[in-house]
Design a protein around this ligand. Structure first.
Ligand code: FES
Ligand code: FES
Length: 164
């Protein structure tokens, strides 16, 4: 199959490559860019392990062709940490509150939560649960994940207030 040229901004860096029209974004990220943070769980848009941020929206990258992401800004879990290399408040909170167990869902969960807190910086527990309802954790550890996201929201809000 003829390959097409694609160009994306991934985690703040312009990248380009050749991909077949049927190539999924998750495969391009993992196989061509070696960004193995986004995981493949189901490949049918159910589990959310492959969640990345595409032009400011959470998407399941197993459901997007890389051709559709041509020219887009993409953030994966590898791009969530702070610019100085320290962990993002969400990453710290997941560690602190035991929001990860086997860790398989964690990259998608954190990438989704990263967008959720930009959409709603002060979410209630119900809003957090609804916000991450497209991300499955088969360790059934939602309690601590929710606690971690809430703690990260508090931390980010306190930092924002202190800066004002
Ligand atoms: S691998 Fe994409 S939603 Fe499960
Ligand atoms: S921590 Fe195991 S699947 Fe979520």
């Amino acid at each position: 199959m003829a390959k097409m040229h694609v160009k994306l901004n991934v985690n703040g860096t312009e990248v380009e490559g050749l991909a077949e029209p049927r190539t999924l974004l998750i495969h391009f990220l993992r196989e061509q860019l070696s960004l193995t943070g986004p995981h493949i769980g189901c490949e049918t848009s159910h589990c959310g392990a492959c969640t990345v941020d595409l032009n400011g929206k959470s998407v399941k990258s197993c459901t997007v062709f890389v051709a559709q992401a041509n020219g887009a800004d993409v953030t994966t879990i590898e791009g969530v940490a702070n610019a100085d290399g320290t962990l993002h408040a969400l990453q710290e909170a997941f560690r602190e509150h035991h929001g990860l167990q086997c860790g398989f869902c964690t990259p998608g969960m954190i990438t989704r939560a990263y967008r959720l807190l930009q959409e709603n910086p002060d979410p209630s527990e119900t809003e957090i649960r609804y916000g991450i309802s497209g991300n499955l954790c088969r360790c059934t550890g939602y309690q601590n994940i929710v606690k971690a996201i809430r703690a990260a929201a508090d931390e980010l809000n306190a930092t924002r207030e202190a800066a004002q």
